[in-house]
Design a protein around this ligand. Structure first.
Ligand code: NAP
Length: 389
C-alpha cells in the first residue's frame, strides 16, 4: 500500500519531541512531508515553524483529526499511547504509527526500530504490512549501537550492564527539577563557599540537611527523593517479578526488565524466534547528569577471543561507534556526557579483559539517549516509510 506524506506530530514540545524536531529540521525531513502538529494541552494555538498548510495546533485527542494522517509520530508518552492508539486502530485507521513510548514495544505486531541494528527485520515487517513502529528503550538502543557486532558475531554468552542514566531520561520536568535542586543546594552554602576559610564539614552538614528537608514540591519527579548531589538506583516501576514464587532473583525494575526483553526482541532471539534468549542483567541507576546515558558493561564471551579482535569488531560495526583508547587522557576527552551530548557518536572505551578470566570483557559506553536512544530511530523510520512509498 502506498503511504501518503501527511504526518501528524504529537509530543513535539517535550524532551524527545524537541530533539526530534531539531533533527528533522537539520536533515530536511520537513521538506518531504506535510506536517500536522497536535497538542494535548493547547489545541488552537499557533503551530511551530515547520508547519505549512495547517498553522494551528490540533487536539491530540481528536480521533477524526488524527485519522487524516498517513503517519503519526508520537513522543507524547505511554499514557497517551494507551489511551489513543487502540481507539485509532478500532476506528479503522491503518496508517503508520511511530512511537517513542514503551507501551506497544512488546506487542507481536510492533517492531522495535533501530535500523543500524535491525533494518532487515523492519523491511521484512514492512513487506508484510506492518504499521506499528516503536523506538527502543534508550539504554538498550545505545548499548546495541555500541556492541551489536559482538552479538552478530555470536560471541556474547551473556551481558551485565550497570547504567548511569541522565535526568533528562525522565523528561522535560525532570531536568527542571534537577537544576532547581542544584540551585537550592548552592544557595544554602553560597556564603560558606565564598569564604575560603569556612569548614568543609559545615558545608557538608548543611547540604545533607537541606537534601533531607526538601519539600514534596521540590521532589515531585524522581519518586520523592532528591537527585542533586545523590543518585537513585531504581528507575521506573517495581515489577515484583518472582516475588510470588519466592525466587531469589526477584526485585527487578521495569527499566532493568527491558534490558533483556528488548535486546532479544531487536536481535530476534528468544523462544519466539526458535532459540534461547541471550541473558542481559542490568542495574539501572539515575544520576544527576543532564543528558546521555552511560553504562559499564561486563560481557561473557562464548569462547576466548583476543582483545585486539574484539576492538576491531566494535570499531568496524557502524559509522557512529567510536572506539576510545583505554587511557585516562582519551577517556576524559571522549567518554563523558559533556563530550557526547548533542552528537550521534556512540563512544565505547575502557575496553579490557577482566580479572575474572580471559573470556570476560569490560567496557564503558555512552550515547545521547535523546538521539540514538529516542528521536533518531523514529525519524529514520519516517524516512524508511517515505522511501518505500
Ligand atoms: P516530556 O518531556 O515529559 O514530554 C511529554 C509531554 O509533556 C510533552 O509533549 C508536553 O505535551 C508535556 N509537557 C508538560 N510540561 C512540559 C514542559 N514544561 N516542557 C515540555 N513539555 C511539557 O517526556 P519525554 O522525555 O519527551 O518522553 C516522551 C516519551 O518518550 C515517553 O514515553 C518516554 O518514555 C519516551 N522516551 C523518553 C526518552 C528520554 O530520554 N526522555 C528516551 C526514550 C524514550 P503537550 O505539549 O501536549 O502539553
Amino acid at each position: 500500500m502506498k503511504t501518503g506524506n501527511v504526518v501528524g506530530l504529537v509530543g513535539w514540545r517535550g524532551m524527545v519531541g524537541s530533539v526530534l524536531m531539531d533533527r528533522m529540521q537539520a536533515e530536511g525531513d520537513f521538506d518531504l512531508i506535510e506536517p500536522v502538529f497536535f497538542s494535548t494541552s493547547s489545541a488552537g494555538s499557533k503551530s511551530p515553524a515547520p508547519a505549512k498548510n495547517e498553522t494551528l495546533l490540533k487536539d491530540a485527542f481528536d480521533i477524526e483529526a488524527l485519522k487524516k494522517c498517513d503517519i503519526i509520530i508520537s513522543t507524547q508518552g505511554g499514557d497517551y499511547t494507551s489511551d489513543i492508539f487502540p481507539k485509532l486502530r478500532s476506528s479503522g485507521w491503518t496508517g503508520h504509527w511511530i512511537d517513542a513510548a514503551s507501551t506497544l514495544r512488546m506487542n507481536d505486531d510492533a517492531i522495535i526500530v533501530l535500523d543500524p541494528v535491525n533494518l532487515p527485520a523492519i523491511q521484512n515487517a514492512l513487506v508484510k504490512g506492518g504499521n506499528t513502529w516503536v523506538g527502543g528503550n534508550c539504554t538498550v538502543s545505545c548499548m546495541l549501537m555500541a556492541v551489536k557486532s559482538l552479538y552478530k558475531a555470536g560471541l556474547v554468552a551473556w551481558i551485565s550492564t550497570h547504567t548511569y542514566q541522565a535526568a533528562s531520561g525522565g523528561g522535560a520536568q525532570h531536568i527542571r527539577e534537577l537544576l532547581t535542586q542544584f540551585g537550592t543546594l548552592h544557595a544554602e552554602v553560597k556564603s560558606l563557599l565564598e569564604d575560603p576559610t569556612s569548614s568543609i564539614l559545615e558545608i557538608d552538614r548543611k547540604i545533607i540537611a537541606k537534601q533531607r528537608s526538601l519539600s514534596a514540591a521540590e521532589m515531585t519527579h524522581f519518586g520523592g527523593v532528591p537527585l542533586a548531589g545523590s543518585l537513585i538506583p531504581w528507575i521506573d516501576k517495581d515489577l515484583g517479578i518472582g516475588k510470588q514464587a519466592d525466587e531469589e532473583n526477584w526485585g527487578i525494575s521495569r527499566e532493568e526488565w527491558k534490558g533483556m526483553a528488548e535486546t532479544n526482541k531487536i536481535l530476534e532471539r528468544g523462544h519466539a524466534y526458535g532459540c534461547w534468549p541471550t541473558a542481559v542483567d542490568s542495574y539501572c541507576v539515575r544520576v544527576g547528569s543532564m543528558r546521555c546515558h552511560c553504562q559499564a558493561l561486563t560481557i561473557k564471551l562464548k569462547h576466548f577471543v583476543p582483545l585486539a579482535d574484539i576492538e576491531a569488531l566494535i570499531a568496524a560495526d557502524n559509522e557512529w561507534v567510536q572506539l576510545i583508547p583505554n587511557t585516562k587522557e582519551a577517556t576524559l576527552e571522549h567518554l563523558t556526557p559533556v563530550a557526547v551530548t548533542g552528537t550521534l557518536n556512540i563512544p565505547i572505551g575502557r575496553v579490557r579483559k577482566l580479572a575474572v578470566g580471559p573470556d570476560y570483557v569490560g567496557a564503558f559506553t555512552i550515547g545521547d539517549q535523546l538521539l540514538w536512544g529516542a528521536a533518531e530511530p523514529l525519524r529514520r523510520m519516517l524516512r524508511i516509510l517515505l522511501a518505500a512509498s
